[in-house]
Design a protein. Sequence first.
Length: 96
Amino acid sequence: MLSTLLFTIIYALYLGAFVGPLLLLVLRIYIGYHEKLDTKAYLKVVFIPFSIGLFQTFQRPFRFQKLYSILLIVTTILALYGMLYMLYIHFDLSLI
């Protein structure tokens, strides 16, 4: 049981820390291309971290906003859940 919990926490950490931000970056690139932004706004959307550039550029609702928001929430939850593994390793917890 504990090994299954650690397995899910480890993979949540990998997904939340590596796959999620990469997927959000790809989606920001696609949104910038699809909305036909000028170069300055496109670079702002793609390269300013934490989606700040995206939400500053689009004051109105944009296409794929709901998908982006859902992926952002899922990535955050997975990263927070994965932090439990870091705490487990840091404090050398032995629950058995």
